[in-house]
Ligand binder design. Structure first.
Ligand SMILES: [Zn+2]
Ligand SMILES: [Zn+2]
Length: 535
């Protein structure tokens, strides 16, 4: 069978692997590419995935870097089933709509700039109606209940312990009487995470596609995180200021509430300090978490069994509307504000930073990865001023960085998980990581476990041979030539705009032979229609 890496290859976002077997063509994940402009350009290349020719899509978990191109695929003609766990389906219901809204806003914003430069407008990558059309294609599956989406392909979802509903995917492909087993790790969680269960153990595979986000790093002990958060809270509480926490809406925000709940029980969260969850998406996601206690880990279930609700706090306030959000900054006194986005580059968090970053009594607590070039990264790196909404502000608030909240396994945890495999001939293919960390991890896997490791490249195509133990187990083939769909689409729109403006000029000059021109144009039009019908 052939596998093509359409994303998350030597980078972290855009997870999508297309598999072609004797009788099926399907994808594992269909994620949005996020990062610099060069990487984000890939989002306009959905036609390269040939979505119409995908029989089905398997989704490891709801994060947008694994699912954010689903509506684009549907818009481009994909019409097959999309398999995922129940919590993933519920989360996607709200996340894809939210993502579509962001795409629309971004297109609108860039069109305003394009208009000023006399450039034709661009369309959003997809719109809310495309997200709505994606929902009916979703099919839910249960952990551990294997199924056959097409003959010769068997699929099993196992708990990945990364976010609610996250899964590893075990895949058995039967070709020419032989069966090859591939495991997709999706994003791999770790044992100390609140709410979710520990990652499942897998022992057998011919090929393992494994994420490698923290290939060269380990996380700090998570019990430190509790103390670090308590310290940040008391720092601002004593001074009467606010604690501002930029947080991803799904999983991180819920883990923060859970952590605050634990601190509250230990008497480390002052009773008169309100906690605001100020993100409509995070509020909706919290509701979905509450609806699925059956997927929680034992510790959480035990708390609930004893009458405790870890996703609640006596002074927790949900602020859905813009007015409620603005009111937070009109209220004096200490408070904790959890808001998105997690890297402070968009969303309501920017307003909270604008109101607090220059105040000596405030603190800002970073609990997640801060991408290069984001305001979050600059603040973590200790900048003394920051521009928000065009206003340059001095950084006077105290900045805290807490590393222990990560949803990904660290280096040691990845190696630990790998140790459970009992498949000496297995080939490991590293995905979802930066080259530097991947190199380190690949070295350790070879050295400590003796597996052959391949680091996948963007758009690389590999043949996966049955059994996995045959020597050039993975045979590289040159990638198909890249078609610049972005350019092609844009160019045809440019052509149209140019043509219209020329025609307007002709119409203003009645002395030209317009009848002749019209006949010639109608003939060209007929030829163009013929050409298009060949697509
Ligand atoms: Zn993830
Ligand atoms: Zn991911």
């Amino acid at each position: 069978m052939k596998i093509t890496f359409m994303g998350a290859a030597k980078t972290v976002t855009g997870s999508c692997y297309i598999i072609e077997t004797d009788n099926a063509r399907f994808a594992v994940d269909c994620g949005l590419h996020q990062g610099n402009a060069e990487i984000e350009k890939r989002n306009r290349g959905i036609m390269d995935y040939y979505p119409k020719k995908l029989d089905f899509i398997l989704i490891t978990h709801a994060h947008i870097d694994h699912t954010g191109l689903l509506p684009a695929a549907v818009r481009a003609g994909f019409n097959g089933p999309i398999y995922m766990t129940t919590p993933t389906r519920d989360l996607l219901d709200i996340m894809l709509l939210d993502s579509a809204y962001i795409q629309e806003m971004e297109a609108e914003w860039s069109n305003r700039k394009r208009l000023r430069k006399g450039m034709p407008p661009i369309k959003p990558i997809y719109e809310q109606e495309d997200a709505l059309k994606t929902v009916p294609l979703m099919r839910t599956v249960q952990y551990g209940a294997s199924f056959e989406p097409v003959e010769g392909v068997t699929v099993n979802f196992k708990d990945a312990g990364h976010i609610l509903g996250s899964a590893f995917i075990e895949l058995w492909v039967k070709e020419g009487g032989e069966t090859t087993k591939i495991v997709f790790s999706g994003d791999l969680g770790h044992k100390d995470q609140l709410i979710v269960r520990n990652p499942s153990i897998i022992e057998k595979a011919d090929y393992l596609l494994m994420e490698s986000t923290y290939g060269d790093r380990n996380h700090k002990d998570s019990s430190n995180s509790l103390d670090e958060l308590a310290e940040a809270i008391s720092w601002s509480y004593e001074r009467g200021g606010k604690v501002v926490i930029p947080a991803f809406a799904v999983e991180r925000s819920q883990q923060l509430i859970y952590t605050l709940h634990l601190l509250y029980k230990e008497g480390k969260l002052p009773e008169d300090m309100p906690v605001y969850l100020d993100s409509p998406l995070a509020i909706k996601a919290t509701e979905i978490f509450r609806n699925h206690p059956e997927f929680f880990d034992l510790d959480t279930k035990e708390l609930m069994h004893n009458g405790d609700d870890p996703l609640s706090l006596p002074n927790l306030k949900f602020t859905l509307t813009t007015e409620e959000s603005q009111a937070i900054n009109n209220t004096e006194g200490p408070a904790i504000v959890i808001s998105a986005s997690g890297m402070a580059n968009a969303g309501r968090i920017k307003h909270h930073l604008r109101h607090n970053i220059w105040r000596k009594d405030s603190s800002v607590v970073f609990v997640g990865y801060q991408g290069v070039g984001t305001p979050g990264r600059r603040l973590v790196n200790g900048t003394d001023n920051i521009t928000i909404f065009g206003e340059k502000l001095n950084v006077e608030a105290k900045i805290f960085t807490i590393n222990g909240f990560s949803g990904h396994a660290g280096q040691a945890e990845m190696l630990d998980w790998l140790k459970h495999f009992d498949s000496p001939a297995m080939k490991v293919i590293l995905t979802h990581g930066e080259p530097k960390g991947q190199k380190v991890l690949a070295g350790l896997i070879k050295q400590q476990l003796g597996y052959k490791v391949h680091i996948a490249d963007y758009r690389e195509e590999l043949m996966l041979v049955p059994g996995g133990e045959i020597q050039p187990v993975v045979k590289s083939k040159p990638a198909t030539p890249e078609i610049d769909w972005d350019f092609l689409l844009q160019d045809s729109e440019n052509l149209y705009t140019e043509f219209r403006s020329r025609l307007d000029k002709v119409k203003a000059q009645p002395f030209l032979s317009q009848t002749e021109l019209r006949d010639r144009l109608l003939e060209i039009n007929r030829q163009v229609v013929e050409l298009i019908s060949e697509l």
